[in-house]
Structures are given as structure tokens and as C-alpha cells.
Ligand binder design. Structure first.
Ligand code: ADP
Ligand code: MG
Length: 451
């Protein structure tokens, strides 16, 4: 065979995938073996092989087949030049053909199908953020870069980002849209470092048309990740590719973030989502009720219930939605009309915790008291088991009972890293499955704190 065949196939592929993609992804492929229906290519990196497999695998296979070379599987191995000791094969060739959905093909996070512009209720507090998101979703020329959305938990940042991605996919399917959380970005980068695949990482992230990074406050403090993020960011901005970023606070207020990154983030349009007001909350409830009515037919909703909820549950939209879901589920279970009384009964805990904002300090104090340790020790650096365990309990409760983010909790625990908090939370989640004493402690503490 074969290099001749491959030469012809490559000609065909230019037509199929376009010059640009061809130059980036097909040209560097070296056909190293073709045997028993398996075509093996050398690629510069694992990422590269994965990418080609997912995006162009079907094209390559079908072109080889129509050139008279029966191939049912493609394999990609990292080329000898840059190879680790044993060549690593990326991906499997026999994936079912599927339409190219950019955010799935790229190593992004899945999109929530419910988070669309249609289901996003616009009110005063979010009107600017919504308008900016709409503009980005049009996919026209980039007018501001990045779009930086910030605001407290549960105010719709993720919803808007997903909505942008959904819209772009429908309107401009040829664009590569990548949505992921800053934590995923970090994780992938660390993975790439470990596997010595940094080039592949760079290629991948620089090949997108629209990059959306959610909860970017989690990137703070991680020096090499910040550095990489900064470079990716600059490369995309220079190439006039749209970037959308979200965080729980304004760029200037993200701690441990390098100044040059802060100022770069401020270059575009910075918009905040304000806390919800009564009208917005009511609007959101009304919209959800329309949906629930179709799910739970025949349920009667008394006048004034939605107004009551909008008035009383002011923390965030997620809690508001949760309350409504529970209310409908409960009412349908017991077959009763949804009245104010029912709502008060069924949502007592939510209504109570909305009344009073629990602070991390209160939690720490109660936990210290319960375990009979000093508050200063609970927060301090001692690693003694008798202190470390209560400390983890306090971390767990802080995460469960307050809307604070992991980095914020870390700060209240003597400036610990958010990964330490995450570890603590997971540890307790794990232990409470088997340790009934701990489970009881948690229940009691919860009741004391919320009661
Ligand atoms: P954030 O990312 O800011 O923490 P999310 O986007 O995850 O918040 O929103 C939390 C929940 O509230 C989601 O289920 C989302 O659909 C809903 N939500 C928030 N704002 C709105 C809104 N304006 N209209 C409809 N639903 C909303
Ligand atoms: Mg979010």
C-alpha cells in the first residue's frame, strides 16, 4: 500500500474538514502501519490522538474505505520522537458515528438541558448580565472580551453560561464551544503536566472558538495553573476568540490572583448578578409552577403561596427551586391542595434557615463546644486526631449549612487551602456511613445550629 493511498485520502480529507483543520489535525498524522483492518498513526501527543479520533475518526475511516483500503479501527500512538517508554494508544476506533457536538467532543463539562435562555427569568437584578450573555450567544463579532459574570451562589451564572453554549450550538454549529469549571481546567492541566502532555493541552485549549470557564475564583493560588490559564486566555483573546468567565466576586476581589490576570479580566465587560428581588423570585416561581403543573396534574395551588415563598425565601434561587420541588412532590404524595399551611409545614426547615443566616463562626463555636476543644485549636494548625476530626466536622457543616465557597471556608479555618476543606468534607461524608457515633453527632449539631 499505502503511503500512496494515504496521500490520496489526505487530499480528500482537505475537502471534508477544511484547510485549517486539515493543517492542524490531519497533516501531522503519520501512518505507521496498516494491517488486519487497523490503521495505526503516529501522533505528537495523546491529546492529539484523542482529538483526531473523536473529531475526524469517522472521516478518516470512511475515506480509507472508499479508497479501497478496508479499515475498521484507527489507533493512535505517540510518535517515537516524543514517546514515553511504551507507546500509548489513545481511544478505540469503533465508536458509533455521532454528530459533532462541540462541547461534548471537547473535554468540557456536560451542559444542563434546562439551562436555556427560554427558562431564564429576567428581572432588574440580572438584566444586564442577561443582555450581555445574549449578545455573546449571537456569535457575531467579538465586541467585549472577556465577558466576566460575577455574583453570589445560585444567582444564575452557570445557567447563563450554559444558555450561551446551547444557543451557539444551535446557531453556529461550526464553532467549537468549550465550557468547563476552573477546577476542571486545573485538573486537566495538572494531568497534562503529569503525563507530559502540556503541548497537547495547549493545542486543545487554543483550538476553541468560545471558551467558558465557570467559578474562576477556584483558580486562585495555584501558580502554574494561573500561568497556563493566563497564556491560554491571552492566546484566545489575541486570536479574537470569545471568552466568558464567571466567579463569585469581582476580578479585583479574587484573592491570590496575579495582578496581571486581574487586569486582563477587567479588560472586557464585567457584569454582576445582583441578589434577587421579590419580583424576580416571584417570576421564577411562576415559571417553575407552569412546569410542575404539567408534571403533577390536578394539583391545586392556593392563592398567595408563591407570594409567600418569594417573600420568605431570599437566600438564593437554588433554595427557592428546591422548596417548590419539595412542595409539589409532597402535595402530590399526600393528595392535598397546596396551601399556606401546607407550605409552612413542609418547608419549615428551609423557612427557618432563611430566617437566620448561619455563620461559619457560629458553626465553629458550636462544634468546639460539643467536642470540648478550644476554638483557637479548632482553627489552628494542630494535627492531633482529637482536634483534627472536630475540625473536619466543622468544615463539613460549614459547607452544608452555609452558602460559602470552599476557598471562603478555607480562609475562616486559618487560611487553609480549599482542597484541604474539600478533603475534610469528603472524609466526614465517608465516615458518617460507618461511624454511627459521628452520624449522631452531626445530627445533633445540625439541630442545634438550625433549630
Ligand atoms: P450560580 O452558577 O450563579 O451559582 P446557577 O446558574 O447554578 O447559579 O443557578 C442556580 C439555580 O437557579 C439553577 O437551577 C438555575 O436554573 C436557577 N436560576 C437562577 N437564576 C434564574 C433565573 N433568573 N431564572 C430561572 N432560573 C434561575
Ligand atoms: Mg455556578
Amino acid at each position: 500500500m499505502t503511503n500512496e493511498t494515504w496521500g490520496q485520502v489526505r487530499e480528500e480529507l482537505i475537502k471534508r474538514v477544511g484547510k485549517h483543520n486539515y493543517a492542524t489535525w490531519i497533516e501531522p498524522l503519520k501512518l505507521s502501519q496498516l494491517k488486519n483492518g487497523v490503521a495505526r498513526f503516529e501522533v505528537p501527543t495523546i491529546f492529539f490522538g484523542d482529538w483526531v479520533q473523536r473529531n475526524y475518526g469517522d472521516h478518516i475511516r470512511s475515506q480509507l474505505n472508499s479508497a479501497g483500503t478496508p479499515v475498521d479501527r484507527l489507533e493512535f500512538a505517540v510518535g517515537a520522537g516524543s514517546a514515553p517508554a511504551t507507546p500509548r494508544v489513545a481511544g478505540q476506533g469503533s465508536q458509533p458515528a455521532r454528530p459533532r457536538v462541540p462541547d461534548e467532543e471537547l473535554p468540557g463539562a456536560p451542559l444542563d438541558a434546562r439551562f436555556t435562555f427560554d427558562t431564564f427569568v429576567v428581572g432588574k437584578p440580572n438584566e444586564l448580565a442577561h443582555a450581555a450573555a445574549r449578545r455573546v450567544a449571537e456569535g457575531g463579532p467579538v465586541t467585549f472580551n472577556p465577558l466576566f459574570l460575577y455574583g453570589g451562589v445560585g444567582l444564575g451564572k452557570t445557567h447563563l453560561m450554559h444558555a450561551i453554549a446551547h444557543d451557539l450550538q444551535a446557531r453556529r454549529p461550526e464553532l467549537r464551544v468549550l465550557y468547563l469549571s476552573a477546577e476542571q481546567f486545573m485538573y486537566r492541566f495538572v494531568q497534562a503536566l503529569r503525563d507530559r502532555q502540556v503541548m497537547g493541552f495547549k493545542e486543545l485549549f487554543r483550538s476553541v472558538d468560545v471558551l467558558m470557564v465557570d467559578d474562576v475564583q477556584f483558580i486562585s493560588g495555584k501558580d502554574s495553573t494561573q500561568e497556563e490559564f493566563f497564556h491560554t486566555f491571552n492566546a484566545l483573546v489575541d486570536a479574537n476568540k470569545q471568552i466568558v468567565i464567571s466567579a463569585d466576586r469581582a476580578p479585583g476581589e479574587i484573592k491570590d490572583l496575579e495582578d496581571r490576570i486581574k487586569s486582563r479580566l477587567q479588560c472586557g465587560l464585567v457584569v454582576d448578578l445582583h441578589p434577587t428581588d421579590y419580583e424576580l423570585r416571584l417570576g421564577i416561581l411562576q415559571q417553575k409552577v407552569d412546569y410542575y403543573r404539567s408534571q403533577y396534574r390536578g394539583l391545586v395551588l392556593a392563592d398567595g403561596v408563591l407570594e409567600f415563598l418569594a417573600h420568605r425565601i431570599t437566600t438564593n434561587v437554588r433554595v427557592l427551586e428546591g422548596a417548590l420541588t419539595r412542595l409539589f412532590a409532597f402535595a402530590s404524595l399526600v393528595g392535598r391542595e397546596i396551601t399556606l399551611d401546607l407550605a409552612q409545614d413542609c418547608l419549615a426547615d428551609i423557612l427557618r434557615s432563611s430566617d437566620r443566616k448561619l455563620t461559619i463562626e457560629e458553626i465553629q463555636r458550636k462544634v468546639a463546644e460539643h467536642y470540648n476543644v478550644r476554638l483557637s485549636d479548632l482553627i489552628g494548625p494542630k494535627r492531633l486526631r482529637t482536634i483534627a476530626r472536630p475540625r473536619q466536622v466543622a468544615m463539613y457543616l460549614a459547607k452544608q449549612l452555609t452558602p460559602r465557597s470552599l476557598p471562603e471556608i478555607g480562609r475562616r479555618f486559618g487560611g487553609r487551602d480549599h482542597t484541604t476543606i474539600m478533603h475534610g468534607v469528603r472524609k466526614i461524608e465517608e465516615l458518617m456511613q460507618t461511624d454511627s457515633q459521628l452520624a449522631d453527632d452531626l445530627q445533633l449539631l445540625r439541630r442545634l445550629l438550625q433549630g
